[in-house]
Each structure stands twice: as C-alpha cells, then as structure tokens.
Write a protein of this length. Structure first.
Length: 107
C-alpha cells in the first residue's frame, strides 16, 4: 500500500521497535511442513526478547531502574542478548503488541 501511494520506505527519522509479550513457554513458532521438530528445537534454544529482558534486569544494575519500553533507548538487542548502547539511541519508538484485557495472565 505504501509503495502504491508513492510513500518513501527508507531513510525515515525513527526506528519502530516492537516489544513482544508472551507467557512462559508459549513462544511463537513458525515452521514448514515436514520440519516441525527442527522448528521446535530451534525455538527451545532461542531466547526471546522478553526473556532476555528478564535476565538483563538482575545482571545489570543500570537496567533495574528502566521500564521494558525504555530498554531499547539504552540497550541494543543483538543475538538473543541485550547489550548496552555505545551512544544514545534517541531515534527509537517502542511499541508493545496489543493485548486483550480478558487475557489476564499476561498482565
């Protein structure tokens, strides 16, 4: 749709980072027919962004004062880990996925 209307897709001013929210052991898994076991094993070994945030909190005192939505301004998510930014990331907009209020377990 953006391309049809002639909107520019590159060189935008801010990056939008979506922060996932999921319950323990309920990661989103995508697989191809016939390769279900490999996809499940890869999902078990891969750490999600939210899980990495939970590990970052006790290990880094600087992260303990930040909210989940503030972490991307000070840290970068790379290879399943949050790493402190070398310079400030002020051109980031963080968004969380929409949750249903009836899904009380996620709150």
């Amino acid at each position: 749709m953006w391309r049809l209307l002639g909107s520019h897709m590159h060189e935008r001013s801010h990056a939008v980072m979506r922060l996932p929210v999921h319950l323990p052991n309920q990661k989103r898994v995508t697989f191809k027919d016939g390769h279900e076991e490999e996809a499940l094993e890869a999902a078990r070994s891969r750490q999600m962004m939210l899980e990495s945030w939970f590990q970052l909190n006790p290990s880094d005192p600087g992260a303990q004062t930040l909210l989940n939505s503030d972490i991307p301004y000070n840290y970068v998510y790379d290879r399943n880990n949050w790493k402190r930014r070398k310079r400030e990331g002020n051109k980031i907009v963080t968004r969380m996925y929409v949750l249903n209020v009836k899904d009380a377990e996620r709150f």
